[in-house]
Ligand binder design. Structure first.
Ligand SMILES: NC(=O)c1ccc[n+]([C@@H]2O[C@H](COP(=O)([O-])OP(=O)(O)OC[C@H]3O[C@@H](n4cnc5c(N)ncnc54)[C@H](O)[C@@H]3O)[C@@H](O)[C@H]2O)c1
Ligand SMILES: [Mg+2]
Length: 332
């Protein structure tokens, strides 16, 4: 109990609201009692078989359903589930007012009945990620990644024994060996290569028709960011990078959690002849500023008519940010 009071006092005494929120969240991860107390009056993000619950407002835009713990408790009762399912909720963040945010997957319950009771629809993450705006898309992606990790981490890979989660869901411990497991992400480098005048975009055969993006690749064990970047560019398009700069990073939920580190890189115009590895990329090409600028100005493609060429990654993707930064830098 003393520890509970210490965490609450520590977070409320801090002058910065950001520091206060981070200390509050860390306290919830470290102390199961504090976390249980926070779960009793929290914001809840509901999922059904890893698809988030969305609601459409009068303007036709989508938002996550705004549910509180008490709403979910009533829902579980109405769906004939016992309230202990609530204990499977996973901590994902907190609001500006230090109100904890949790997510819960009710995949074992009737989807249609849950949708009717909540006035919403469970929408596949690939679709919902791009329907949501602002801070909601990354929060929902994080929630789904954590839920998926719990669903696939029930047993210890060393002993085969069950693992048990802490209340926040930030770790799992093997009941036999005590080995602690933490949620896993794969580091990926994504790079927009330029020769000064043009930028290099490529597409995999599995991409939607017309879509071109920056080059990307998973880090090999033991590699630095710069080693992955140089290796991927050499492997995929046969170029040698001269210099690079870091731009930004992003958690990317598809197909499984990746930690994307986004960079700009330059190659010499005298050595810009592409030698594409077609086992990795269906196509890779140099695009002029004008081609990229007009692709950026084309409204988002929604299917039906033929896609624009090139069709660029959507705003939520860090590849989009790299492309807009390159346009700004080359025009200034
Ligand atoms: N957010 C964005 O803007 C954006 C843009 C482009 C690509 N991406 C993501 O980047 C990721 C990597 O791109 P890529 O597919 O070109 O990588 P890649 O060039 O490394 O090729 C993928 C191959 O790498 C191997 N691989 C090695 N380590 C792996 C691991 N930890 N997980 C899965 N496969 C592994 C597999 O054989 C796989 O087929 C993809 O998941 C893609 O979704 C994100
Ligand atoms: Mg690649």
């Amino acid at each position: 109990m003393l520890r509970v009071l210490q965490i609450v006092r520590l977070s409320s005494r801090c002058s910065s609201s950001f520091v206060s929120r981070m200390r509050f969240l860390n306290g919830l991860k470290q102390n199961d009692d504090v976390c249980s107390a926070a779960l009793q009056d929290a914001h809840m993000f509901l999922f059904h078989r890893l698809s988030p619950l969305l609601q459409r407002n009068h303007q036709g835009t989508f938002r996550t359903a705004e549910l509180r713990t008490s709403d979910v408790q009533s829902l579980l009762e109405n769906l004939g589930s016992d309230r202990t399912l609530l204990q499977e909720a996973v901590l994902i963040g907190c609001t500006e007012q230090n109100q904890a945010q949790f997510c819960l997957d009710i995949g074992g319950l009737d989807q249609t009945a849950a949708e009717e009771l909540c006035g919403g629809t469970f929408v596949d993450l690939r679709k919902s990620f791009f329907l949501l705006s602002g801070a909601e898309a990354p929060l929902v992606a994080k929630a789904q990644a954590l839920l998926r990790w719990h669903q696939t981490s029930g047993f210890c890979s060393a002993t085969g024994q069950p693992t048990h989660r802490n209340q926040a869901g930030s770790q799992r411990t093997c009941s036999s060996s005590g080995i602690i497991y933490y949620p896993k992400m794969s580091p990926v480098v994504i790079v927009l290569v330029s020769d000064g005048e043009r930028c290099l975009l490529g597409r995999q055969a599995t991409f939607p028709r017309g879509l071109y993006s920056a080059l990307a690749g998973f880090c090999d064990m033991g590699e630095t960011l710069e080693e992955t970047l140089s290796r991927e560019v050499a492997e995929e398009v046969g170029l040698e990078v001269q210099s690079f700069s870091f731009s930004s990073s992003q958690h990317w939920p598809f197909p499984q959690s990746s930690f994307m580190m986004a960079c700009h890189a330059s190659v010499s115009p005298a050595h810009s002849q592409l030698c594409v590895d077609h086992s990795e990329l269906e196509d890779a090409r140099w695009f002029s500023q004008q081609e990229v600028l007009s692709a950026l100005q084309t409204p988002p493609h929604r299917g039906g008519r033929a896609p624009p060429s090139p069709w660029l990654p959507p705003k939520h993707a860090v590849a989009h940010r790299l492309i807009t930064e390159w346009i700004q830098n080359t025009r200034s």
